[in-house]
Design a protein around this ligand. Structure first.
Ligand SMILES: Nc1ncnc2c1ncn2[C@@H]1O[C@H](COP(=O)(O)OP(=O)(O)OP(=O)(O)O)[C@@H](O)[C@H]1O
Ligand code: SF4
Ligand SMILES: [Mg+2]
Length: 333
């Protein structure tokens, strides 16, 4: 297999205050390959955004980050703002959930797209404007030559999200991180945004990390899925295999809940029990209090994130952190 374009190894992030330490991400690893879409799913607060902000070097100084983040050959862990300034927006870019807070209300969208191009590609004002029009067309904005001179408040939520995508992909980044890019939008607009992401992947070969609560979106666009629970990775597999044969009890709970009639499709389903506090990093499976299969092994040690290859036919790319993962026979029943 080719070298990953993004490789995250043993990433941990904690936030310490006078009274407590929150372990938001706890030894997370993943690889992303060129042109691949990796979906990251998990309940609210499980560390999806903090992971992405750590990769982008955008966490506040209160965050304590350890582990490795490699973008191609470059190690980003410990990189300073100047080093990040050279790659952010150029080699790796992020789309945030709420475009209105990320766009500058007093600059036209053309100026905002153009700024990235001028900074990283040294384009003149005129060239940057022409390229901004092209990019607005690429992300599906009608009449881009007019829209380029409009301000964010003149655009709908879906159009603003497209502008965010245009800014993010202006310099053809190798990696695009999209943090719930469609959550705030209605269903038809969501479908349009997903089409834009799919065509970027196809036309430019962009590798995408897509954070979403929507398992329908996962099924539609992802190649692989990483499931997180309380800051830890619990399962990772090619998308078809994850849906057909989930091995971790948490993933199985999520997927069986989604198949229950009446479950709203746009949010990740709730499964019984409480998410554990992130104040400690127990040497145990953190899902044990909610798991029907839990035993003394589960509460006595942290399960490793391992290939589930004990069954014949199992895919080596399929990993789970569980002492007693479901067997293939069980997942078929
Ligand atoms: N700056 C911060 N200081 C302290 N704790 C933080 C900070 N940012 C995030 N956290 C905590 O880190 C944990 C993970 O948060 P994160 O935003 O990554 O969750 P998430 O998986 O993205 O959730 P959601 O699905 O709701 O967006 C949460 O407990 C959150 O309260
Ligand atoms: S390690 Fe044990 S408690 Fe944790 S998910 Fe697996 S079976 Fe359940
Ligand atoms: Mg988040």
């Amino acid at each position: 297999m080719t070298q990953p374009v993004l490789s995250v190894r043993d990433l941990s992030v904690s936030f310490a205050s006078d009274t407590r330490t929150v372990h938001a991400v706890d030894h997370l690893s993943y690889d992303l390959h060129a042109g691949e879409v990796l979906a990251v799913v998990g309940e609210s607060g499980c560390g999806k955004s903090v992971t992405s902000m750590a990769v982008m070097g955008l966490l506040p100084s209160t965050a304590h980050v350890t582990g490795s983040v490699r973008l191609g050959e470059r190690e980003l862990a410990g990189a300073d703002d100047r080093a990040y300034g050279r790659i952010r927006g150029k080699d790796i870019a992020m789309i945030f959930q709420e475009p209105m807070t990320s766009l500058n209300p007093v600059l036209t969208v053309g100026r905002q797209i153009g700024e990235v191009l001028r900074r990283h590609q040294g384009l003149s004002k005129k060239q940057a404007r022409a390229r901004a029009v092209e990019l607005l067309g690429l992300v599906g904005i009608p009449a881009p030559a007019q829209r380029v001179d409009e301000y964010p408040h003149q655009l709908s939520g879906g159009m603003r999200q497209r502008v965010m995508i245009a800014i993010a992909v202006a310099c053809d980044p190798t990696v695009l991180i999209a943090d719930e890019p469609t959550t705030a939008l209605d269903v038809t607009v969501q479908a349009g945004i997903l089409d834009v992401l799919k065509s970027l992947r196809e036309r430019l070969g962009t590798a995408i990390v897509l954070i979403t609560h929507d398992l329908g979106v996962v099924a539609d666009i992802a190649d692989r899925v990483l499931v997180m629970y309380a800051g830890r990775p619990v399962e990772q597999a090619p998308v078809d295999e994850l849906f057909a044969a989930p091995r971790h009890p948490y993933t199985r709970g999520l997927l069986s809940a989604v198949l229950r009639p009446g479950t709203p499709k746009e949010r990740l389903p709730e499964i019984p029990g409480l998410v554990p506090s992130l104040d400690a990093q127990p040497d145990a499976c953190t899902f044990a209090p909610r798991c029907a299969r839990a035993d003394d092994t589960c509460t006595g040690g942290r399960p490793g994130f391992k290939a589930v290859s004990a069954d014949a036919g199992a895919d080596a790319a399929h990993h789970a952190a569980c002492w007693h993962p479901h067997t293939l026979q069980e997942t078929a029943s």
